[in-house]
Write a protein of this length. Structure first.
Lengths: 364, 273
């Protein structure tokens, strides 16, 4: 946990209501200097509200927000020294690229010479040299986004706020821009808050991520932590693909809990089961790459039938119907493409579970 | 191309004929007036036997028309400008804030659309007499402001609705104070809506007759009122000549608005780029 003194942005027990709806419920979060923090969650989880509170477009009902150690509850947006990238870029349509980028410098009364130099520098950084005189509508989506980034960066903000900036781009461009923004962010050491509903963006970009739902942070941690050790069933199902299997608790020891799935047994971390009685029904969440296809006759395997094969280039996704074994349809991810020939459609297969990397929670 | 049946072809022809007839019907009065304006005789007859420009000269020289034109411009300039300022502020408040009786306020502001103009004119006349206001330009301007306000309000309101508030947020995030946001982002982007609102108001105010008849005096009468007073006494083609000039001037204004501002933008019927 980051100490309050060192935090670039610190939300302390922030609550925000819209009428009867509680958008944020006593959320606390400290973001370290230079950290790339992602707020991830479905729409309506409060992630955008949290970002707007940081920007000052909204004020908290309770709690406090500090930027650079100073409480900004009563500081209006224009005095907060933030840089923000909007979902639709929000470029000023009546200004050209250079004027858009220079806008934040002019409000700060930066001398004209220096202003021109800094605009040129930042346009070079985002690879938009020579576009100074274009109007936003004459640019492609990716170029517009670079202008938006340049406009936010040129003022050397204390914190960079990104509001789903990639959602309007097509897939290839999106990956390029993600890599580029991440590189620039690291190079400048910029504290960044990134809002997204796309879990793969969150996993690939973040230093740490906060998974949110219903106005609360459900889990805060590195992408690896969150993916491998989801703290609750919401995080387990929202971040990454996962299969849910119904099992029974065998016993809980200091070393972990043992779950029985038919003939197979799986060992998982035990925290979620303190006080749970043996034989309690359990939901086991297993990543598709943690399932292996084996012969249907293999001991302890869950039996099923291949109902779909989805070729993905680097890997193959197989859908296995396991109704006969009492489970739903399961997704098995197999690297390479041998699985297509080996397990044809309709084939009876067995599924083995890698004991490592499962998450289990008492069934509701 | 797929072959069309006789029935379909007839239907197509019929449709085109109906459209042509509707268009002809719409411009017929203007054509009749234009032809009558060039009649040499001192009566409004149709069709004319001999042709002349002289009624144009008379219309331009007639003192009541000259005064009416000048008065009309004064009233129009004041009324549409005041209506623009007041209407824009109301539109802003209605778009951005929620408060009790907001619907009622909107209703009151657009009510001149459904209240007959003579009622409004009569009301202002009685009011002016009641509070001892002399029948000068102030009464006429005040009356016209009320009449054209709904159009300005509507025009600015639509522009505000089309304005992405994210742009204002972006400007604020870049360090612009609320006043600076208004001057550098909001107003420039609202400009087409403001111009269109002003233009609408100006055209309506300049052409307004019914209410003006009540609130103008001999000294402040506007062009439509002067024209009305003229036809009560004379029946020569001066009126027709004046009408032709009216049509030409309006067409020129619209052509100007179209080429310099883009009519679609001005009328708010085109999506902004």
């Amino acid at each position: 946990m980051v100490g309050h003194g060192k935090a670039a942005v610190h939300f302390d027990a922030v609550t925000k209501r819209f009428g009867d709806v509680v958008a944020l419920d006593e959320v606390s979060l400290a973001i370290a200097r230079g950290e790339f923090m992602t707020l991830l969650g479905p729409s309506g989880c409060g992630k955008t509200t949290l970002l707007k509170l940081a920007a000052g477009f909204l004020g908290p009902d309770r709690g406090s927000i500090a930027i650079d150690g100073k409480c900004v509850n009563d500081v209006p947006t224009y005095k907060r020294e933030i840089g923000m990238m909007f979902q639709n870029y929000a470029l000023f349509p009546h200004m050209n690229v250079a004027d858009n980028v220079a806008y934040g410098l002019k409000t700060r009364r930066v001398p004209r010479q220096e202003c021109r130099r800094r605009v040129a520098e930042v346009l070079a950084l985002v690879k938009l040299k020579g576009m100074e005189d274009r109007k936003p509508r004459q640019l492609s989506g990716g170029q517009q986004q670079r202008v938006a980034l340049a406009r936010a960066l040129v003022i050397n903000p204390t914190v960079l706020l990104l509001d789903e900036p990639f959602s309007a781009l097509d897939k290839n461009l999106r990956l390029d821009m993600q890599i580029e923004i991440k590189e620039i962010q690291r190079k400048l050491g910029l504290t960044t808050i990134f809002v997204t509903h796309d879990q793969s963006e969150a996993l690939s970009l973040s230093d740490r991520m906060a998974v949110m739902s219903e106005g609360r942070i459900r889990q805060l941690g590195t992408p690896r932590d969150v993916y491998r050790r989801p703290r609750d069933r919401f995080v387990a199902s929202f971040v990454g693909d996962s299969n849910r299997l119904r099992g029974r608790l065998v016993n809980v020891t200091a070393a972990g809990a043992v779950i029985a799935l038919g003939n197979a047994q799986v060992k998982v971390p035990g925290e979620a089961f303190s006080g749970a009685a043996a034989d309690h029904p359990v939901d086991l969440f297993v990543r598709p790459e943690r399932l292996r296809l084996v012969d249907a006759s293999a001991p302890g395997a869950i039996c099923g039938q291949v109902v779909a094969q989805v070729y993905q280039g680097g890997h193959v996704d197989l859908q296995i119907d396991c109704k006969a074994s009492g489970h739903d349809r399961l997704l098995v991810r197999s690297s390479g493409d041998q699985a297509i020939a080996r397990w044809p459609l309709g084939a009876a297969v067995g599924i083995a579970i890698d004991a490592d990397g499962c998450a289990a929670f008492p069934a509701e | 191309m797929t072959p069309r049946s006789t029935y379909q072809r007839l239907l197509g022809w019929g449709g085109q004929c109906v459209i042509a007839l509707i268009l002809a019907f719409m411009i017929l009065p203007a054509i009749v007036v234009t032809i009558a304006a060039f009649n040499d005789k001192a009566i409004l007859s149709f069709p004319p036997q001999a042709w002349s420009w002289r009624w144009f000269g008379r219309a331009l020289a007639y003192p009541d028309f000259r005064d009416g034109f000048r008065n009309g411009l004064i009233v129009t300039a004041w009324a549409s400008t005041i209506a623009l300022l007041v209407g824009a502020m109301f539109a802003f408040v209605i778009d951005r804030y929620s408060f009790p009786f907001k619907r009622a306020l909107e209703g009151v502001l657009v009510s001149p659309l459904v209240i007959p103009h003579f009622t409004i004119g009569l009301g202002f006349l009685i009011l002016a007499a009641g509070i001892g206001w002399s029948r000068g330009f102030a009464v006429v301007v005040a009356c016209h402001v009320v009449l054209v306000l709904p159009f300005v309000l509507r025009s600015v309101y639509v522009s505000l609705k089309n304005l992405d508030q994210g742009l204002e947020h972006a400007a604020a995030s870049l360090g612009a104070s609320p006043l600076r946001v208004l001057l550098t982002v909001t107003l420039p982007l609202l400009l087409p809506g403001l111009v269109s609102g002003w233009l609408f108001a100006a055209i309506l105010s300049f052409n307004e007759f019914t209410a003006s008849l009540f609130v103008t005096s001999q000294r402040t009468q506007t062009l439509p009122v002067a024209m009305y007073n003229y036809v009560r006494e004379f029946a020569d083609p001066s009126m027709a000549a004046l009408s032709v000039m009216y049509i030409v001037a309006t067409a020129a204004l619209i052509a100007f608005a179209n080429s310099f501002l883009g009519l679609g933008k001005v009328l708010n019927i085109e999506q902004r780029e």
